[in-house]
Design a protein around this ligand. Structure first.
Ligand code: G6P
Ligand code: ZN
Length: 544
C-alpha cells in the first residue's frame, strides 16, 4: 500500500458557507474537487496526526464514493483512527454525539442538509471540531485560504473498504471502525428523556403520532427509537428508508415540503402529534392535531417546560437564539431569570456559549433546536423533548402552546423567502437598505414608528471574536421587528429572507393567522426594501 501524491490546481469557489461547503453534485465530481477540499481540511488541522476522526453522512448520492476517498486520504495524511457509520450513515447530531463520546479530534459530515439530493442535487462537506460542533470561522477561513493555493494532495492506493460490515479494518497504518449508526445516539437520548413515560403515551392506543423521516437519514434512528424502544405501532414512522435522492423530495421539514405529514396532521383523521426532520437529521418540525408550532415558539415552550424533563430538571444555565428567531424565548428567559443570548444565524455561533456553560438550550427560526448534550442542532431530540412534555402535562400540543401564549404573550412570526434571485439584484436590495439605515430611526411607516435600524454585528462573549453584517434589523417602538438577510446555504442564485415579528399580549387576539396579524408589517417590508421591483417577484416562493 503506497501513499500517492497527486498534483492538483486550486479551485476558487471552496469557501465554506453557513454550514460547510455545499455545491451541486456535478461540481463535487469535477476532477480533484473533493480531494482539494479534504486536503485543505487536513492541511489546516494542526496536530491531527495519529488522532481519531468521525466520518459519516446523510446517505445522499455521492455519500459512499466520497467516504471512500476521505478514508484513503485520512490514512495518507497520518490520521490514526476513523469511526465511520455503517453504510456511511450518520446523522449530523449522531456525528456530534460520537465525536464527544469517544473524544475524537473532529469529524467530517457529508450532507447538504435539507437541500435535494441525487445526481443533479446537492452535496456538502462540513468539518466539526473536537467539541462536536461545526468549525468556527477561524478554522473554515483557514481551510478556504488553503484551498486557494493547494497544489497537491495525498491519497492511499487501496481498495475500497466494506462500509456495510460492522467491525474494524486496517487502511495502511490507520484503523477504520465501522460503527452502528444508531446505538450511541439512542443511548444518549435515553439518558435525557423519560422513555418510560413516553412509552406509556405512545403505546396507550389513545395517542397517535406520525414521524416523517422524508426518506432521509433519521429513518433508521426513528424506527429504532419510536417503534422499537418506545412502543409506537409499526407505521408510525413514514418515509423511513434513506434514499440517495430522498425519493425525489426536498427533505426540509416545513409546511411546504413535508406535505405528506401535513396532510396526515391536518386531515380528517388527524394524528395527535406530527414531526419531521431534514436530510441530515438536525432540523425538526413539530405539529399538533391541525396545529403548527413555529420553531421560535417551540424553543420558548421547551425553555419554559425544561424542568419537566429529566435531563434538564436542575434548570438551564441560559438560553440562546439566532438574531432572526422571534423574541418569544426572551420572554421566558426574563420570567425565569435566565440569560438570553442573540447570535448570528448559523449553529456554529452557539458552540462557545454551550462550551462555556452560558446557555443550555439554543434554537433558530430555521427549524433547529438543541441543547448542550451535543454541539449540533438535533431533530429527534426535539421530537422527544416535545413528547416528554406532552407525556408529563397530559395536554395536547395546541393546549400547551396556547397556555404558553396566555402566560408570556404571543410573538406572531413569519419568514418570507424569495428564492432564486439574481445575486446582483439581491446585493442591491441589501445595499440599498444598508444605506437607508441612518435615516430610519424616528420614521413613521404606516402605523409603526422605527425605534432602531442597524446591520447586526455580534461579539462573541467568550472569545471576543466579532462577526459583522449579519442582517438588517428594523425595530419598531412596540417591539415589532423586520429583519432582512441573504441566505448563506443556497447553491443557486441568492435567497432573500424577510423575517417579520410582532408581539401580542392580549389573549383574545391570539391564534390569528400570522399572515393576517403581520399583514401591515409585510407591506412595510415590501415598501422599504422594494422587493417586488428589485426581484421581479410579486410574492415569496416559500412562507414559513
Ligand atoms: C443551516 C444552519 C443553521 C441556519 C440555517 C439557515 O441549517 O445550520 O444554523 O439557521 O442553515 O441558514 P440560511 O443562511 O440559509 O438562512
Ligand atoms: Zn440539516
Amino acid at each position: 500500500m503506497t501513499v500517492r501524491t497527486e498534483l492538483t490546481q486550486p479551485y476558487s469557489d471552496q469557501k465554506p458557507g453557513t454550514s460547510g461547503l455545499r455545491k451541486q453534485v456535478p461540481i463535487f465530481q469535477k476532477i480533484h474537487y473533493l480531494e482539494n477540499f479534504i486536503q485543505s481540511i487536513f492541511d489546516s488541522l494542526e496536530g491531527c496526526q495519529g488522532q481519531t476522526l468521525v466520518v459519516g453522512g446523510d446517505g445522499r448520492y455521492f455519500n459512499r464514493p466520497a467516504i471512500q476517498t476521505i478514508l484513503k486520504m485520512a490514512a495518507a495524511n497520518g490520521i490514526g483512527r476513523v469511526l465511520v457509520g455503517q453504510s456511511g450513515i450518520l446523522s449530523t447530531p449522531a456525528v456530534s454525539c460520537i465525536i464527544r463520546k469517544y473524544k475524537a479530534f473532529g469529524g467530517i459530515v457529508l450532507s447538504a442538509s435539507h437541500n435535494p439530493g441525487g445526481p443533479q442535487g446537492d452535496f456538502g462537506v462540513k468539518y466539526n471540531i473536537g467539541n462536536g460542533g461545526p468549525a468556527p470561522e477561524k478554522v473554515t477561513d483557514a481551510i478556504y485560504d488553503r484551498s486557494k493555493v493547494i497544489d497537491q494532495y495525498q491519497i492511499l492506493d487501496n481498495e475500497d473498504i466494506d462500509l456495510d460490515q460492522l467491525g474494524t479494518v486496517q487502511l495502511g497504518s490507520m484503523t477504520v471502525e465501522v460503527v452502528d449508526s444508531v446505538a450511541d445516539y439512542t443511548e444518549l437520548m435515553e439518558s435525557l428523556f423519560d422513555f418510560g413515560k413516553i412509552k406509556q403515551l405512545l403505546s396507550s392506543g389513545k395517542f397517535r403520532m406520525c414521524m416523517d423521516s422524508m426518506h432521509a437519514v433519521t429513518g433508521p434512528y426513528a424506527h429504532e427509537m419510536f417503534e422499537g424502544r418506545l412502543g409506537a405501532p409499526a407505521g408510525t414512522v413514514i418515509n423511513g428508508k434513506p434514499l440517495e435522492d430522498f425519493g425525489g423530495g426536498h427533505p426540509d421539514p416545513n409546511l411546504v415540503y413535508a406535505h405528506e405529514l401535513v396532510e396526515i396532521a391536518f386531515g380528517d383523521d388527524a394524528v395527535d402529534f406530527g414531526a419531521a426532520s431534514d436530510g441530515d437529521g438536525d432540523r425538526n418540525m413539530i405539529l399538533g392535531k391541525k396545529f403548527f408550532v413555529t420553531p421560535s415558539d417551540s424553543l420558548a415552550v421547551m425553555a419554559a417546560n425544561a424542568h419537566l424533563i429529566p435531563g434538564y430538571k436542575d434548570g438551564l444555565a441560559g438560553v440562546a437564539r439566532s438574531m432572526p428567531t422571534s423574541q418569544a424565548v426572551d420572554r421566558v428567559a426574563e420570567k425565569l431569570g435566565l440569560d438570553c443570548y442573540e447570535t448570528p444565524t448559523g449553529w456554529k455561533f452557539f458552540g462557545n456559549l454551550l462550551d462555556a456553560d452560558k446557555a443550555t438550550l439554543c434554537g433558530e427560526e430555521s427549524f433547529g433546536t438543541s441543547s448542550n448534550h451535543i454541539r449540533e442542532k438535533d431533530g429527534l431530540w426535539a421530537v422527544l423533548f416535545w413528547l416528554n412534555i406532552v407525556a408529563e402535562r397530559q395536554q395536547s400540543v395546541e393546549e400547551i402552546v396556547t397556555d404558553h401564549w396566555k402566560t408570556y404573550g404571543q410573538n406572531y412570526y413569519s419568514r418570507h423567502d424569495y428564492e432564486g434571485v439574481a445575486s446582483d439584484k439581491a446585493n442591491t436590495l441589501m445595499d440599498n437598505l444598508r444605506s437607508a439605515l441612518p435615516s430610519m430611526p424616528g420614521k413613521k411607516l404606516k402605523s409603526y414608528t422605527v425605534e432602531y435600524a442597524d446591520d447586526f454585528s455580534y461579539t462573541d462573549p467568550v472569545d471576543g471574536s466579532t462577526s459583522a453584517k449579519q442582517g438588517i434589523r428594523i425595530g419598531f417602538t412596540d417591539g415589532s421587528r423586520i429583519v432582512f438577510r441573504l441566505s448563506g446555504t443556497g447553491t443557486q442564485g441568492a435567497t432573500v429572507r424577510v423575517y417579520i415579528e410582532s408581539y401580542e399580549a392580549d389573549a383574545s387576539k391570539h391564534g390569528v393567522d400570522p399572515q393576517e396579524a403581520l399583514g401591515e408589517l409585510v407591506a412595510i417590508a415590501n415598501q422599504v426594501a422594494q422587493i417586488r421591483s428589485l426581484t421581479g417577484m410579486d410574492k415569496p416562493t416559500v412562507i414559513t
